[in-house]
Ligand binder design. Sequence first.
Ligand code: SAH
Length: 218
Amino acid sequence: MIPTDGYSEVRETMVRHQIESRGIQDQRVLAAMRKVPRHEFVPVSKQREAYEDRPLEIGSGQTISQPYIVAKMTELLALTPDSRVLEVGTGSGYQAAVLAELASEVVSVERFEELAGVAQARLEALEYGNVTVVVGDGTLGCRERAPYDGILVTAAAPQLPEALRSQLAIGGRLVCPVGSRDLQQLKIVVRKGEAEFDEHESIRCMFVPLMGREGWSG
Ligand code: SAH
């Protein structure tokens, strides 16, 4: 059911004007974008801007991604209701909530303890019981819970982290922005077999840097 909060109209406008109009067609993704209360994932002082066509600052120098890019990356993952998903870069927890609408289980890794704590509390308050937020270096994935049917990196990587590739299930998909610190392109990796991977590229994008062992160093 679509929640009726003070933002349901503006959320509907966001979906029509920013997401459907730019070519996102997956009905499950559109339904999730219509449902998740994005304003609950930004600081109270920014709630009125939550449905605008851009990223917003969320503290610790990090941002919640633009709604369109959240929908685009989610569509590229091609999730089914029984998918298990790993997200790298919890941030506000918004993308994790969108994934939680579409998959059976979401593990989301965040390097900043404070962001992770706020996101986990928010997700619990909104009753996303199928999301677990883990504090750590997400470039190494989360081996204990691997393999994953979908892996989504929501920060900019200098190259595809090998650990993430190895934690994909056969048939699973990895979506990751790869490039320089200023501009990246979405890379999609599909694991076809134990050692067989298909790779292709999608749109250009701009994310905050992915730090860590297989990310940027400083
Ligand atoms: N998906 C988020 C937005 C991500 S912003 C949302 O929906 O709000 C990118 C996030 O990646 C930031 O919170 C940043 O702290 C985190 N990050 C960067 N490098 C990381 C790493 N190696 N492991 C885990 N998180 C990382």
